[in-house]
Design a protein around this ligand. Structure first.
Ligand code: M6R
Length: 614
């Protein structure tokens, strides 16, 4: 979490920093700050809350920094210490000459703080970051060399970090380093840009160097010097960023989330181009390097992910087991990494992540790789840290997703799982060709069906109005749509703050049914297929406890009208593909409830889009 931007060159620095931070708002938005070289001193400006608050602070000091061309900036998602002005970055040493911004968590900050206090460091904040400022300052006092000071300081730090450091004595220097947190350096004409992510710099340059863990880069206006942790000079690997600058525009929609929901039909079409040609031809996944031999020897598959990606993974499990007959385990990355996980060369490990930089998932796949597993990554960011670790890659191509609540990236992950499972089934010969053919045909028809739903949103808006003023919400489903219930509930809770929970409907009577009464909405994801009748019975059980029953269904069954108070109809689709169709109205329902309640839909409280701390 948190976004870092830095610049050294000849352009007005504050505009570049604020513009870059704006592009990184998805990484956190609870406070922000910049430090800029203003003549003989470094000025620090900070504000609590959204970036616009920092812009207002800066407006009042324009004369102080207008000539400045060197600086660093930060947008924060608080880990240690409340999101106050004091705790906002940049942080400084005692005298204010050394200034840093940091992304990550310093795990041994308490020990370091005690040690530094004994040396005379005066702490002003509750953050873990401030210890780094003092530590580097002490090393600088000994060495009078900023690069050396950073090199010595990071040897004493445990945890994850991306750091950008400046010192008032070195008015032509920025020093940056990282470990388990992303950082790249953009290259311009006698100028360098530093950022946590590409969108912050792509407007200015397409040439960049991605820093590897423990590398330290020293930037002056004239040159870049890259060293490893022992001070050995390295040749920077300059890459061309495969990105076009995109204006982050809502295109007339009230929120990015609504726009992104509406982009879903085209996202699916884009993914299918070049991968699914005709129903007769095999699926093409150019970056998947699984051979017939590897697939034959696979004893199992493990899928690891977090949040919405975890729900996509759960559906992935269902599809892969069904299409390929290989046992699949799904696990939250944060659980996978802290136990004695059994993984070996005959296990395929699939990591799923929109951002490709979620810390838990990144650590998990590194662990799996170290144990010899083939690691396949499904991500929306083919340039991400996870993609760089991958033996095989399935890019989900959803385009930039701005809203913190994942929508189009989830649908894109599902489509990617269908393609991957069909691809593996074709190699293994585990699925009848008539089944494959019908899956391919129906998959290509889904964009149109989503468009149909999107053009009839009134019913969902009506539903949102009726149920918005509830404290709790239950989603039930069975089989392949159980993860849809989880994802529907997650969408609602993260943007409306309503306590929503998804259950496998068969579990209701083992405890949760105790919560049902006339105030509780229960939404049943009732898609035709193998578990339809069973789910109908579970819905009857909920109705008998007076719950407020809502159906999301592709069935035209007349008797549903007696059972449900509200029915959301969706286009017909075969059961195996139904999670894609069922999810879209649930995204809209969550959106309209949150919008009706006046919530900050795109930037819900306490969240960040990229979770780069474990
Ligand atoms: O970038 P990732 O897919 O790895 O992110 C995982 C979760 O943090 C993410 O899905 C989160 O749950 C979203 N807020 C869901 O809308």
């Amino acid at each position: 979490m948190c976004g870092i931007v830095g610049y050294i060159g000849d352009k007005p620095v504050v505009d570049i920093l604020i513009d870059g931070l704006h592009q990184l708002e998805y990484r956190g938005y609870d406070s922000a700050g910049v430090a800029v070289q203003c003549g003989e001193k470094i000025n620090v400006y900070k504000a609590e809350g959204k970036l616009e608050n920092l812009s207002s602070v800066l407006m009042q000091h324009k004369d102080e920094y207008s000539a400045s061309t060197l600086g660093i900036g930060h947008i924060r998602w608080a880990t240690h210490g409340a999101p106050t002005v004091v705790n906002a970055h940049p942080h400084t040493c005692n005298c204010g000459n050394l200034v840093i911004v940091h992304n990550g968590i310093i795990e041994n900050f308490k020990e370091l703080r005690v040690k530094l206090e004994k040396l005379g460091a005066k702490f002003k904040t509750q953050t873990d970051t401030e210890v780094v400022a003092h530590l580097i300052a002490y090393k600088y006092a000994d060495t009078q060399n900023l690069t050396k000071a950073v090199q010595l300081a990071v040897k004493e730090i445990e945890g994850a970090y991306a750091l950008c450091v400046m010192h008032n004595n070195d008015k032509n220097t920025l020093v940056c380093t990282k470990r388990n947190a992303p950082l790249l350096v953009g290259i311009g004409n006698n100028e360098f840009y530093v950022a946590s992510d590409v969108p912050a710099i792509i407007k200015y340059t397409k040439k960049a160097v991605y820093l590897n863990d423990n590398q330290i880069v020293t930037l002056s206006r004239e040159k870049m010097v890259l060293i490893d942790e022992n001070g050995n000079e390295l040749q920077p690997k300059i890459e061309t960023l495969p990105w076009e600058p995109v204006a982050l525009s809502k295109m007339g929609y009230k929120h990015f989330m609504l726009k992104e929901i509406h982009e879903q039909p085209d996202v699916i079409r884009n993914i299918l181009v070049g991968k699914l040609h005709t129903t007769e031809e095999p699926i093409v996944l150019n970056e998947v390097k699984l051979t017939r031999e590897t697939l034959k020897n696979l004893t199992r598959i493990q899928i690891i992910a977090c949040g919405t990606s975890l729900h996509a993974a759960m559906i992935g499990k269902y599809i892969i087991e069904n299409f390929c007959g290989i046992a699949v385990d799904v696990e939250a990355s944060s659980e996978y990494i802290y136990r004695k996980t059994v993984t070996d060369a005959n296990t395929l490990v699939i990591g799923v992540s929109q951002s490709g930089e979620t810390a838990d998932t990144l650590t998990a796949i590194k662990q799996a790789k170290a144990k010899g597993s083939h690691v396949l990554i499904i991500t929306n960011r083919p340039d991400s840290a996870m993609a760089r670790e991958a033996d095989s890659l399935v890019p989900v191509s959803a385009g930039i997703e701005v809203s913190v609540a994942a929508t189009k990236s989830y649908i894109a992950q599902l489509v990617s799982f269908y393609l991957l499972a069909m691809y593996m089934a074709e190699i293994k010969g585990s699925l009848e060709s008539s089944v494959l053919k019908s899956l391919k045909t129906d998959l290509t028809q889904i964009p149109q069906k989503i468009e149909q739903m999107l053009s009839h949103k009134e019913k969902i808006q009506q539903c949102a109005k009726i149920y918005a003023n509830t404290k709790d919400f239950i989603y039930i489903a069975r089989g392949i749509n159980y993860p849809t219930a989880l994802e529907g509930a997650l969408k609602l809770k993260e943007i409306s703050y309503i306590n929503a929970t998804g259950y496998p409907a068969g579990e209701l009577k083992h405890g949760p049914i105790a919560m049902l009464d006339e105030s509780m909405p229960v939404l049943s994801i009732l898609m035709k297929g193998s578990v339809y009748e069973k789910l109908l019975s579970n819905s009857e059980e909920a109705k008998a406890r007076n719950a407020r029953m809502i159906a999301l269904t592709n069935s035209k069954d007349e008797k549903l009208k007696d059972l449900f108070d509200f029915i959301i109809e969706v286009p017909d689709i075969q059961e195996l593909l139904s999670p894609i169709i069922a999810m879209v109205p649930l995204q809209l329902l969550a959106y309209y409830i949150a919008e009706y309640l006046g919530k900050d839909v795109d930037q819900p409280r306490n969240l960040a889009k990229s979770v780069t701390v474990e």
